[in-house]
Design a protein around this ligand. Structure first.
Ligand SMILES: NC(=O)c1ccc[n+]([C@@H]2O[C@H](COP(=O)([O-])OP(=O)(O)OC[C@H]3O[C@@H](n4cnc5c(N)ncnc54)[C@H](O)[C@@H]3O)[C@@H](O)[C@H]2O)c1
Ligand SMILES: [Zn+2]
Length: 538
């Protein structure tokens, strides 16, 4: 019998107290509400404490209450809306409790709060604006809790069912690392953890009430992992009251970049239709970057958009493709020419599935991990330099964090997001020239070698930085010598690629490990000279 506390947290209006009380009743436990404890202790109502003693005093009493509760067990706790915004309070409660964060979409919250507190008649717009602002400020915290229940459209007992399902699913206390991604109007989480594939069902239950689910994969990944995913989905549906009739369907596409086509998308539409997928259905994309892009695009366009969960199974897809919301397909004229932005409901990365990945695919993905290190994480870069046994759990999390950081500051690719193209301007040219015989990651590795040399030549980085990048790529068994295409040919391929995308030829160059810059107007002569130098060295 698990004696841990069960704590419920979340923004005001998510129903913490009502849910906490109902949970306590269902579990036969004592219920405590931190705000009520604070009122008892001070003999004042919360608004009076704020008015008489100020917020600082309130937070101090709140912290004491959290420390005391962390010494107790067997309780159901409801916290105040921002109690766990303080790291010490959060640590105290997470030590002693399973913490579940309640969420709701903005509209639902505003309606619930207005109903409970009475919307001020005057300045109603200001009130709403302030509430939305406060929520946006706090979203990164709420979406960093591993266990979340989106309460929009759910009654109290349906929320309780989902929390109790988490309670059993995560009874071994192993929770995923959880990285929040803030989008323009909302947020989602990337969950990283070994063995998580078998728990996706519980996460889907926590994030909505679905009319049906379709998990789609490719002909290589499907036979390896679809059964486990399907089992997790159906077990969770069976465990949550009210969801027993949930229909679960399958979709499949052929494996490989050559199938990243509109035909594959149509194939999926057919399968969605025969599964009876409607507007309130959920699609789960299980596979590498190709599956993520194709199934993601199908989900973005089917019935003008159904909800999507991304379950990337290659290293590249985990650290790169699954975050940022880009989906799409290739056209005969070029790669990724058709697509849409589609933010997932959540992303699940289970590093255990990398064990079956072809070693060459793994190396290729490592190029993107190294790239993440150069762009924004010196400690990730150093981990790669110094460890022979790599910790994939940690490494995926760290690389994803870099991508999230970049994407968040530039969700629609207007500026800073370009730094993700480190090594790609040259890399794409080499990929194209080789007729895609050179793997993406290999091309990116060679591209990073060029970027590092060019940067040093122009005085933007030190010799040491260039050497470290070069040595790390060699250690990762990635190619660092350029193929013998004439520099003019490589330049022309880069220029064509840029023109096709309507961009200008700009270069992302390392300034140091963990710091890159975007440079325009680098003379063609300088680039050609660097390419020549590299082709003739060693
Ligand atoms: N949307 C984005 O932001 C974004 C970013 C980067 C790349 N991409 C796209 O991603 C694609 C490349 O992705 P990729 O490198 O993952 O290729 P991929 O999806 O083709 O996967 C590579 C191969 O590995 C197989 N595979 C996948 N997971 C496996 C596993 N766990 N065990 C065994 N085999 C497995 C696949 O079936 C495939 O044959 C490109 O099309 C690229 O454009 C998209
Ligand atoms: Zn890439």
């Amino acid at each position: 019998m698990d004696d841990r506390n069960l704590a419920v947290t979340g923004f005001m209006g998510t129903g913490k107290s009502a849910v906490g009380q109902a949970l306590a009743q269902r579990m036969g436990r004592q219920f405590v509400d931190t705000d009520a404890l604070i009122e008892d202790r001070t003999g004042l109502s919360i608004p009076d404490i704020f008015a008489i003693h100020g917020e600082a005093h309130f937070r101090q009493v709140e912290a004491e209450v959290c420390q005391e509760l962390s010494q107790r067990s067997g309780l159901v706790i409801a916290t105040g809306g921002w109690t766990l915004g303080t790291p010490e309070n959060r640590q105290a409660l997470e030590r002693s409790s399973m913490v579940v964060c309640l969420l709701a979409d903005q509209q639902t919250l505003i309606e619930r709060i207005a109903r409970a507190e009475g919307r001020p008649m005057l300045q109603a717009e200001m009130w709403e604006l302030r509430l939305r602002q406060l929520l946006m400020e706090r979203l990164p915290t709420y979406y960093s809790f591993p266990l979340q229940v989106d309460t929009s459209g759910l009654g109290v007992s349906a929320v309780v069912d989902r929390i109790l399902h988490y309670w059993t699913t995560f009874s071994d206390h192993s929770l995923p690392s959880t990285l929040p991604v803030i989008t323009n109007d909302n947020a989602y989480s990337v969950f990283v953890g070994k063995g998580l594939l078998d728990r996706v069902g519980a996460l889907t239950m926590g994030h909505g009430r679905w009319t049906q689910m379709v998990h789609a994969s490719d002909t290589v990944v499907g036979p390896l992992y679809s059964d486990r995913l399907a089992q997790s989905l159906s077990e969770s549906a069976a465990a949550v009251a009210g969801e027993k009739g949930l229909r679960i369907g399958t979709g499949q596409m052929l494996s490989g970049e050559q199938h990243k086509t509109l035909a594959a998308v149509s194939g999926l539409f057919e399968q969605f239709l025969s599964a009876g997928l409607d507007r309130r259905g959920l699609v789960l994309a299980l596979g590498g970057g190709v599956v993520g892009d194709v199934v993601g695009f199908a989900a973005a366009s089917y019935l003008r958009g159904v909800s999507l969960v991304q379950i990337p199974t290659t290293l590249l897809a985990m650290v790169d493709a699954s975050v940022g919301g880009k989906t799409g397909v290739d056209l005969p004229a070029g790669k990724n020419l058709v697509g849409a932005f589609k933010q997932p409901v959540f992303v699940v990365c289970d590093p255990d599935v990398l064990q079956t990945l072809d070693p060459a695919e793994m190396r290729s993905g490592m190029a993107e991990v190294a790239k993440a290190g150069v762009i924004g994480s010196p400690r990730l870069f150093q981990h790669l330099e110094t460890h022979s046994q790599l910790d994939y759990d940690w490494l995926v999390r760290e690389a994803v964090a870099v991508k999230i950081d970049v994407v968040q500051t530039d969700p629609f690719e207007h500026g800073r997001r370009a730094v993700l193209n480190l090594g790609h301007t040259f890399g794409h040219a080499l990929e194209t020239l080789s007729g895609y015989q050179i793997r993406h990651g290999e091309a990116v590795a060679m591209g990073m070698v060029v970027a590092a040399r060019l940067s040093r030549e122009l005085g933007h980085c030190s010799t040491d930085t260039e050497d470290r990048i070069h040595s790390l790529l060699q250690k990762l068994e990635l190619p660092t010598r350029l193929p013998a295409y004439a520099p003019e040919t490589i330049w022309a391929a880069m220029a064509t690629d840029k023109k096709a995308r309507g961009g200008e030829l700009r270069f992302v160059l390392p300034r140091a490990i963990g710091d890159v810059g975007i440079f325009d107007g680098i003379p063609q002569g300088k680039v050609m000279e660097t390419l020549q130098q590299l082709q003739h060295s060693e």
